[in-house]
Structure formats: C-alpha cells, structure tokens
Design a protein around this ligand. Structure first.
Ligand SMILES: Cc1cc2nc3c(=O)[nH]c(=O)nc-3n(C[C@H](O)[C@H](O)[C@H](O)COP(=O)(O)O)c2cc1C
Length: 399
C-alpha cells in the first residue's frame, strides 16, 4: 500500500503551491463541480478581494538571528495540533470528489490538524467519525425542529466529534449565479450536459460510479429539514433568518465540548458571542459565497481582535491560499486558521493523499516565511504585521 511519503518529493516538485492543485483540480473534475467549489456570488468582487486583501498585509524582516526552526504546534480548545490551521466545513463535498470527507478526515488525523464536517456533507458523522480519530469538529446548520437539532448534535457527539461550530451567516440563500449557469442541481439529474461532463472527466466519473452519486446523507434523514433533498430546500428548512443569540446559547448548552460561532465580521457580534459564553468565534465571510458586499475577513479581523481577543479564541477563514496568508492572519491576532477550498482542490487534484500534500505545502510555507521574517514561535508574530502603510510603527512589537 502506498504512502504520502513515497509521493511527497515528486509532488513538491510538480505541485509546490495550492494554486497548482487548483489548476489540476479544475481539469480533473466536471465543470459543474468546479463551479460549485470555486465561485462566489453576485459580481464576485469579494471573491477576488478575499485573496487580494492579504497582499496588503506585509512584514519588515529582521536578520542575524542565528539558526531558526520555527515552532508551529498549537493548542486550542483543549486539543494539541501540529500546526495552527485546519480544514473548514464544506457542504456537498462528494460532488467535488467521491469520499472526499473520509479522505480529508484521514489526512487530518495523520497530519494532526482538525477536520470540520458540515451538516451538509455527503457523508454522515457516523461514517466520517471512524476516520478522523479525535481530530473531528462538527459544523451545525440548525434545523427548525428542536428534535431534529438535538438528534443531529447527539449523532455528532456519539461519533466522536469534539468541537461544535454553529454557522450563522446564511440568513437566506445567496444567488450564486455561476453555479446556476453551470446547471447545478443537488437532485443529481442525468442530463445530456452532465453526461458529456462525465465522459470528459473519466477519473471523477469512475470514482463516482464506484461510490454512488453524491447525496446529502446527514440532512436527508430529516424530511422537515430537507423537503426535496436540494440545497435550496435545506436552506429554507434551517433556521436561517430565525436564528437568534438565545438559540445559539441553547444549542451550546446541549453540547459538552467547546462551541464556536462561525461567520462573524462585526465586533459587536463578536462581543455578543462572548457574552453568551462561546469558546470561540470564526471570523469569516463564508469564502465570499453569501454577501458580495461584505468586508473581507482579513480587513474585519483587527477590530474583532481589539474587541474580544483577550476574552475568546479567534479562528479565521476566507481567502487563505498560502502559509504566508496563515502567518498574516496570526500576526493580526487570530489564534487559528481554517481553509475551505485549498483542501478540496487538493483532494480533487490528487485524490487520497491530496489533503496530506496541502498540509505539507502550507506547513513548509508557514515555517519558511517565519524564518524569512526572523521569528521562532507563533507568539512572536503578534504585532509584526504592517497593514498597508497605515499601521506602520517602526520597531513596534519587534523587540
Ligand atoms: C464549496 C463550499 C461549500 C461550503 N459549505 C459550507 C458548509 O456546509 N458549512 C459552512 O459553515 N461553511 C461552508 N463553506 C464555507 C467554508 O467553511 C469556509 O468558510 C470558506 O470556504 C473559507 O474560504 P476559502 O474557501 O477561501 O478558504 C463552504 C465553502 C465552499 C467553498
């Protein structure tokens, strides 16, 4: 049986960056899968800005520090991880690559990072829990029915998931024009267009035929939640616009482990999450998939850190594509970083060990850039970022 170690050398030469994996993924999966994975909403201004905004965060390196081997192990929510980043929840995952959840869960377990399973994944907590060891976080889209909600939470906890992530940034479905144009329907229909895409992407098609067409295997057990098994119906069946802080608090009380609220951008919302006892928040604009007019996460981060950074753990996502981006978010005060598309590109491009490869790219980039900057530990990153030229304080935080 092959291992990632056997492939690592060749893959690092051929695919040294996440952008290489994105290019390969785009060729390897049907257009409808690529559209679902890669696009945003509206004019996709925010999708571009999510990555552009990182370029405005720069550093002023220091030298003659002797030899540096940066330490990047991180403890958060009572768990020890090998790096300060993990895998964000992604729904309809099997559309991008069959068994994607299991492949990423196993990679997370091997690499020592968290994997977050979405309520809208194509595999259940029971199936994925067997692969993820104690690295599993579970993301909740809360159904309207309290009974369904409690049952989903129980299933996730019984399957070994440790940390709960409640996503709050879907008050209504977004328009996602590009996925509409690509013909996406979660009621996987065999149309002539789909047939053509299947024929022209044989490795995806063979893997899909072996595993079966993607289904929302967790949500489909709850008919009130998933009236007709489509993502649109699901979004109507979840609390969405009815979600309240009180409800989040009630959910948190049902969960024994740490609870995070995902999708906050406003410092007042961050304070509110702290006031109801959340163990952490995820500063996120949902990878630019919901509100094209939203602020980028990296622009939102400093004010949130100032508001609640000493009171709760701040997890960051949206637009992270490199280890340098991870370093930028940490330097601006995030405690941990999640990546959505980067890990899915990796599995879509390389299959079984794709997640391991994404991990090693990000880890190498992070450690290499820490050495370039002249820091030995993640703690030393704080205060070292320059935001455009606005916050440039020569010498600040550097001694
Ligand atoms: C294809 C796709 C599906 C997603 N599905 C979910 C989901 O089911 N639940 C959720 O909380 N976030 C979901 N997200 C958002 C991610 O958790 C994360 O916030 C986002 O991907 C971060 O941006 P990035 O892709 O630029 O890293 C999804 C993102 C993508 C790209």
């Amino acid at each position: 049986m092959s291992t990632y170690a056997e492939k690592q050398g060749a893959w690092m030469m051929k695919y040294p960056a996440i952008s290489d994996l994105a290019l390969k993924a785009q060729k390897r999966i049907p257009q409808v899968s690529w559209a679902y994975l890669s696009t945003g909403t509206g004019s996709e201004h925010l999708l571009d800005e999510n990555t552009e905004a990182f370029k405005r965060v720069t550093f002023n390196p220091r030298f003659c520090n002797g030899s540096i081997l940066p330490k990047i192990e991180t403890e958060i929510f009572g768990q020890q991880f090998s790096a300060p980043f993990g895998i964000a929840p992604v729904g309809l995952t099997g559309l991008m690559w069959p068994r994607c959840e299991m492949l990423l869960a196993s990679a997370a377990e091997r690499c020592g990072i968290p994997y977050t399973l979405s309520t809208l994944a194509t595999e259940t907590p029971e199936t994925v829990g067997k692969h993820v060891g104690d690295r599993g976080w579970f993301q909740l889209y809360a159904p309207r029915s309290p009974k369904d909600n409690s049952e989903i939470l129980k299933r996730a906890a019984d399957s070994g998931f440790h940390t709960l992530v409640i996503t709050v940034d879907i008050p209504t479905p977004s328009r996602r024009e590009k996925t509409k144009r690509a013909g996406l329907s979660t009621k996987a229909k065999i149309t002539p267009r789909f047939m053509w895409q299947a024929l022209t992407h044989p490795s995806w098609t063979i893997a899909t035929l072996q595993h079966g067409l993607p289904r929302l295997r967790t949500a489909e057990s709850y008919p009130d939640f998933m009236e007709d098994m489509s993502v649109g119906a699901f979004v109507k069946g979840q609390r969405g616009a009815n979600l309240t802080w009180d409800f989040c608090q009630e959910v948190a009380e049902q969960w024994e482990g740490p609870v995070l609220i995902k999708g906050l951008l406003h410092p007042e919302d961050a304070k509110r999450a702290v006031s109801i006892g959340m163990d952490g928040i995820v500063v996120s604009n949902h990878g630019a998939r919901q509100f094209d007019g939203a602020i980028t996460s990296i622009d939102a981060l400093p004010a949130i850190v100032e508001a609640v950074g000493d009171k709760t753990k701040i997890v960051f996502d949206s637009g992270v594509r490199t280890g340098l981006d991870v370093m930028r978010a940490l330097a601006l005060g995030a405690d941990f970083v999640l990546l959505g598309r980067a890990f899915i590109y990796a599995v879509a491009a390389l299959g079984r060990f794709g997640g391991d490869h994404a991990y090693h790219i990000l880890k190498d980039e992070l450690q290499n850039n820490m050495i370039q900057l002249g820091v030995k530990s993640l703690g030393e990153l704080r205060g070292r970022a320059l935001l455009g030229n606005r916050n440039t304080q020569p010498g600040s935080g550097e001694e």
